[in-house]
Design a protein around this ligand. Structure first.
Ligand code: FES
Ligand code: FE2
Length: 426
């Protein structure tokens, strides 16, 4: 234990040093090592970022019926996301009001009422305490409901905020993103597959890795069948070898714009990745190949399109929300990614594939084809993150410069530093 703990403690690791670490972050450069290695910084990340900001935790499709729930762990916090008897999605603290036991300990399930396994205190799906055996006369059940967690569903994407005073800008983001999501009708989807991948790296390295495609050309042979490898490049910075891909991109973009405008579907980018608590980016972009979906040839993986869409060729609507999520919405399916820190050097990446609720497995889609590209891409990304974390842990590591195509990585880190500064401000 001592040997393992040693390298993480070699510098900048005292709580009082965190503020100066944050202060001296150089824009355009990667973070200093303690941001990824220090247990103190990690605890502060959970407190300042994950417990104070809106985080994406589930899709409504995961809790289709009243009583369906998932439990989500974030550092010491555990949250029950449950559909209550009125069909509303709620989030509750998974802490019994009797002696504090975890109430639900399975990752997902379905209940009539929420019963604590210790002494059977019984709560309704809205958190109200219904019964607590053997109490004194005068025991007031209304004082011991499960604590509520702020929750918002944006067209079926469930975000929660653990803070008592959640960032107020979320509703603005939701209102601006909704028109982009609406055509996909995510509330009429079902979960076709879900994959939990534990990556051996700090959660910020997982997010950084997601926010660029500099590594895609060499690192993601399946993804780059449809994901233009020119992503993130300014036009005059595109390397010569990628010019043919760029030409295809320009043509596919023109086709996509036409298709969107004919149908009144928004596609313009909105990019506000820094400077606000709920920072985000949304844009519809063309896909390479058949231009329909994330498959090897770009053709749709589900024959039953989402919502009432009348063409499979709508590229990908991509949504990034700081701090912990990204999403891609194609005409035939959607894929949602939630990043949840398990420890300073371990991060859960949960990937959820959604198809139309009436799509029939084996008829309209098969899971292997649907999940093929992102399963491989996730695995490859997990390996990149593990290598990045191992390198950052090496005493030789020092911050390096982001390339122009890594602008969104720089934005993520800038946002993180802004949020930490605000949290640490006296
Ligand atoms: S701790 Fe939950 S019923 Fe006792
Ligand atoms: Fe990647």
């Amino acid at each position: 234990v001592t040997e393992l703990a040693e390298p993480t403690r070699r510098r900048g690791d005292l709580p009082e040093e965190v503020a100066s670490l944050v202060e001296r972050r150089v824009p355009g450069m990667t973070l200093e090592a303690p941001f990824h290695l220090s247990e103190e910084v990690f605890a502060l990340d959970v407190e300042a970022i994950f417990a104070r900001h809106w985080i994406f935790v589930a899709t409504e499709a995961e809790v289709p019926e009243a009583g369906d729930y998932v439990t989500i762990d974030v550092g010491p916090h555990s949250i029950i996301v449950v559909r209550d008897d009125d069909e509303q999605v709620r989030a509750l603290r998974n802490v019994c009001r009797h002696r504090g036991s975890r109430v639900l300990h399975e990752p997902r399930g379905s209940v009539g009422n929420i019963v604590c396994g210790y002494h059977q205190w019984t709560y309704a799906t809205d958190g109200t305490l219904l019964s607590a055996g053997q109490q004194r006369a005068g025991f007031d059940k209304s004082c011991y409901a499960l604590k509520q967690v702020a929750v918002r569903s944006v067209e079926g994407l469930v975000f929660v905020c653990l803070a008592a005073d959640p960032p107020e800008d979320f509703d603005d983001v939701a209102a601006r993103v909704r028109p982009y999501l609406a055509p996909h009708q995510l509330r009429r989807t079902k979960v076709a597959a879900q994959e939990d991948l534990v990556e051996d790296g700090n959660w910020k390295l997982v997010m950084e890795n997601n926010r660029e495609c500099y590594h895609c050309d060499a690192g993601h042979p399946e993804l780059t069948c449809t994901f233009f490898p020119t992503y993130g490049y300014e036009v005059d910075e595109i390397p010569t070898r990628l010019l043919p891909a760029h030409a295809r991109y320009v043509e596919a973009e023109a086709d996509l714009e036409r298709a969107c405008e004919e149908r009144g579907i928004p596609h313009e980018p909105i990019e506000e990745l820094t400077g606000r608590p709920t920072a985000f980016r949304v844009q519809r972009e063309a896909l390479d190949g058949a231009g329909e979906s994330y498959t090897r040839d770009g053709s749709a993986a589900s024959r039953r399109l989402l919502g009432d869409l009348d063409t499979p060729r709508l590229g990908r609507l991509s949504l990034h929300v700081q701090s912990n999520s990204w999403f891609h919405f194609c005409a035939d399916h959607a894929v949602a990614f939630s990043v949840l820190p398990l420890g300073v050097d371990r991060t859960l990446v949960r990937t959820t594939w959604l198809v139309h609720e009436d799509a029939v497995e084996g008829v309209d889609y098969d899971v292997a084809t649907l999940t093929d590209v992102w399963r491989h891409t996730n695995e490859q990304d997990g390996a990149f993150v593990a290598r990045a974390h191992a390198g950052v842990r090496d005493p030789a590591y020092e911050p390096g410069p982001y390339a122009p195509s890594e602008g969104q990585v720089d934005d993520f880190v800038t946002w993180y530093v802004e949020r930490m500064k605000e949290h640490l401000a006296p």
